[in-house]
Design a protein around this ligand. Structure first.
Ligand code: SF4
Ligand code: SF4
Length: 274
């Protein structure tokens, strides 16, 4: 009988939510566990086997000098490397530091900041090593994870969406919250995969699956302003989960600059309605 491929799961700076999505696969996990040999998955077991590994799932972003060295070691030992979640694919929530002063954060949060080795920016795994596939979301979609694993195990191309969340709203018959209710929504520029959960509950999408390939997130700004997301609120909307995704980062910076110009020198930089 052929030896099953080995699977390793690695954690960098993250909340573990995406690894929990794998554990949360319940019934399917038994099939996955039967099809692979789980060689390294500390969230599930302290028993680890040495590499090389056929498939590596990497959660989390690179935020420390030690992370930089470790991700290169993971890449060297991995056949296929898949990044899972907003942290690993776009720096995650911790990339909010990229537009702030990380030394100030360190001083405010830690009693002995001199012991905390951290980088000025949180960066996605792809900024450091070659990545074979990316699964978006905060957390990732279980269905997409299972689709990717079964595609890798059967040697076919995974079917992962490249269209926007708007498409999923139309599929499930959800009225557009932006057009019908004037709710600021990033759905038009966000990659599908969640099933348009937030609009289905009357909320705007805040972009947790990151920008759709080729999206110009800034082009949506005038529509979002008309819906009431202005100044710092607009910048926050773009930054929330995928602050280091280039098109969201540029759109947030542009929103801040427009707000700053509207406020004028020494003025209130919040241009939201008073
Ligand atoms: S992407 Fe979200 S759920 Fe996944 S590890 Fe990062 S913060 Fe947690
Ligand atoms: S609608 Fe947007 S914010 Fe909500 S789960 Fe989907 S991608 Fe994430």
């Amino acid at each position: 009988m052929a030896t099953p491929p080995t699977l390793a799961v690695w954690k960098f700076a993250s909340c573990d939510g995406c690894q929990l999505s794998l554990l949360d696969c319940e019934d399917e996990l038994l099939a996955v566990a039967g099809a692979v040999r789980i060689a390294h998955f500390l969230e599930a077991s302290s028993a680890v086997a040495g590499g090389p590994y056929d498939i590596s799932l990497v959660e989390g972003s690179v935020t420390t000098p030690a992370d930089v060295a470790r991700i290169h070691r993971v890449r060297e030992q991995s056949g296929v490397l898949v990044t899972i979640g907003a942290c690993a694919t776009a720096g995650g929530i911790q990339a909010l530091r990229n537009s702030a002063d990380v030394d100030e954060f360190r001083r405010v949060v830690y009693a002995r900041p001199e012991y905390v080795a951290t980088l000025a920016e949180s960066t996605p795994i792809s900024a450091h090593v070659a990545v074979d596939y990316e699964l978006r979301g905060c957390p990732i979609s279980r269905a997409q994870l299972l689709e990717l694993l079964s595609a890798l195990l059967t040697g076919r191309r995974p079917r992962l969406p490249t269209h926007s969340v708007c498409f999923e709203c139309k599929q499930r018959g959800t009225p557009c919250v932006l057009v019908a209710a004037g709710t600021p929504c990033l759905g038009p520029v966000t990659q599908a995969g969640c099933g348009a959960i937030c609009p289905a509950y009357g909320r705007g999408c805040y972009g947790c699956f990151g920008p759709m390939a080729g999206a110009d997130a800034g082009a949506l700004a005038s529509v979002l302003r008309a819906a009431g997301a202005t100044g710092p609120d607009l910048a926050r909307l773009y930054r929330t989960f995928n602050a280091a995704a280039p098109t969201f980062m540029a759109a947030a910076a542009s929103a801040e600059s427009v707000a700053g110009e509207a406020a004028g020198p020494g003025g209130d930089d919040d241009d939201s309605p008073k």
